[in-house]
Design a protein around this ligand. Sequence first.
Ligand code: NAD
Ligand code: MG
Length: 396
Amino acid sequence: MRRISLLGATGSVGTQAIDLISRAEAGAYQVVALTGARNIALLAEQARALRPEIVVTSEPGLLEDLREALTGTGLDCAAGPEALREAAARPADWVLNAIVGAAGLVPGLTALENGATLALANKESLVAAGPLMMRRMRETGGRILPVDSEHSAIFQALAGEKLDALDRIILTASGGALRDWPLDKLETATVAEALAHPNWAMGQRITIDSASMFNKALEVIEARELFGVRPDQIEVIIHRESIVHSMVGFTDGAIMAHLGCPDMRHPIGYALNWPQREPLPVARLDLAKMAKLSFEAPDEARFPALRLAREVMEVRGLAGAAFNAAKEIALDQFLAGQIGFMDMARLVEATLDLLSTDSGLHNDAGSLEDVLAMDHLARVRADELSAGFARAPRQA
Ligand code: NAD
Ligand code: MG
């Protein structure tokens, strides 16, 4: 029996992980901790089915609702950030971090500090605190198994290879919902338009980040931290079909590509079953029917987030924490109709510019406190700066 914890269980990745777990034979898994945020009804429904040791909502104000929803189950529940941290610290064989945003940093780091095998969907934690996370992992003998589809693809392509034979990483990107829009029209894109992803069904925030390529920008940094490569070894290529999930180029010129249908249950299941490969309920590719796979270089004028990611990697230090935090504020503001689609990158860039003088952006991410302090400062500065971008609310 494998003891597993599911952090962010009620989201897109979390529910797909539960789909896989619920197909396993009875007794194969024991769920230790199950966590969510505001969707108490779903969290309680999952808890009734999985019978974890502890059920946690990150929202302190929702503890009573959770307790009521669990009436008669005899299950323990708790709420708030400290409860979340405690849940992540519980001994488990496998901890899935499927929390969205920087809120995933403390629970993920806590799991690593306890030597866990961390199945990591929460890329934001690696962007904000990659060197710290990797250091903790090495110190405790913990492990990170990537769940992000691109990084899972790279991880699989690297299996059995020596890292010094790695020449480059080629991250594929669908280009998102707005990939065929003329550049000037992008300024007017609405939330609904940015949410219409051509290939992947994902949570709302990552879907908007796909349209702006902030998601790919985070993934470039994630790849650098996870695989320890230089920034110039990471390339991004637009691949509309989302069939090649990423590639690794080796020093002998060979490229190993990972192909599959765009279904997150593949990378989640790979991490769940690692180091084994087990059958997964995902559709099989029909290459003849597909006929064509296309690749094109991204236009950085359309996707300034990619340029910003390179600048962030050059600074390293606490720049990743600032970048991720400013991006989260920019996304909040876009979702609230306060700023335009292309303003997100402008706001992030203005925040980084402001922080590049006298704010310790270049300092090493020595501790969690340093990272959280920079995260906080970047949010405050991005919030202040956003007033300069604010516009009259638009029609949806
Ligand atoms: P989602 O919004 O669907 O779900 C997020 C989960 O986090 C929910 O369970 C929610 O309750 C919880 N949560 C939200 N705010 C929280 C907070 N403040 N504290 C604790 N928990 C909180 O998100 P998602 O699309 O499943 O993405 C989760 C993570 O996986 C993100 O880092 C995302 O970038 C990454 N990821 C997602 C996909 C995908 O297909 N959805 C693919 C690759 C990577
Ligand atoms: Mg991805």
